[in-house]
Design a protein around this ligand. Structure first.
Ligand code: FAD
Length: 222
């Protein structure tokens, strides 16, 4: 695993509000590890498609998986150029003027070509990482995939090498002449908060609720 910053190429270099940008791998990894959903964008044959997917990070790569017939995964496995993003929404930013309304966020945009993971042990490791990313500890409880299940899963590895993070924090940035308008302005923080776990109706009473389901961690942790 490298600590090197992500590559600042022509397509990954921020032009708008570049002071909000970062190529720092620790910043990028923290955002990737907190997010639950990535969006995978492909250009297709002139038809752009963006697909939301679950993912996990191991070292310098993201793993996404699904059915072998999945078009997005097949395209990734074929090595087509792709763009993967993860967005964390931290607050709504209400300004005095309509013009300056905004959001506080942390986001990552990655570019690159994925590769198919064929080795069953690597697929098993990635499957555990996907479970752990969803609910830390789940990888020790769930029945892990059989070789047959692994063979019928398309797993792809996407490099975390070219891309950037962008982070907005803080209050609205109103124009000086609007500051005394007497209109409320500020931030409304947003968090992903888990509700009370609902046991599957088919579950016997002998099966205890695991700690990660009873106390699912808030994202971001406060
Ligand atoms: C939740 C959310 C809501 C947003 N809402 C708006 C909105 O309504 N209007 C608006 O103009 N902008 C919005 N943004 C910011 C938006 O993502 C772009 O950063 C911004 O619009 C500049 O776009 P651009 O094409 O000029 O970027 P450029 O700076 O030209 O982009 C060049 C490169 O910089 C990197 N980059 C750009 N944006 C991001 C990013 N967000 N995260 C990581 N890397 C990035 C990419 O590698 C990109 O290829 C929002 C961002 C988030 C996360």
């Amino acid at each position: 695993m490298t600590a090197d910053p992500l590559s600042a190429t022509d397509r990954s270099t921020l032009r708008r509000k570049r002071e909000r940008g970062s190529f720092d791998r620790a910043v990028v990894n923290a955002i990737l590890d907190e997010g639950l959903v990535c969006h995978v964008a492909l250009a297709g044959d002139g038809q752009p498609v963006i697909t939301p997917m679950t993912y996990a990070r191991i070292g310098d790569a993201l793993y996404v998986h699904g059915a072998p017939g999945n078009r997005t995964l097949r395209s990734l496995a074929d090595g087509d150029e792709a763009c993967v993003i993860v967005t964390l929404l931290d607050a709504l930013v209400l300004a005095r003027s309509a013009f300056h309304h905004s959001m506080n966020y942390r986001s990552v945009v990655l570019f690159g070509r994925a590769e198919s993971v064929e080795d069953l042990d690597q697929k098993r490791t990635a499957s555990a990482a996907l479970l752990r990313h969803l609910a830390p500890g789940r990888e020790h409880d769930a029945r892990m995939p059989t070789d047959a299940e692994l063979r019928s899963t398309l797993m792809v590895r996407f490099p975390i090498s070219e891309g950037s993070a962008k982070v907005r924090t803080g209050p609205p940035l109103d124009d000086p002449e609007d500051m005394d308008l007497g209109i409320w302005a500020g931030e409304i923080p947003l968090h992903v908060v888990a509700g009370t776990a609902r046991p599957d109706p088919g579950l016997g009473t002998a099966v205890a609720l695991p700690a990660y389901a009873e106390h699912y961690p808030e994202r971001p942790a406060r």
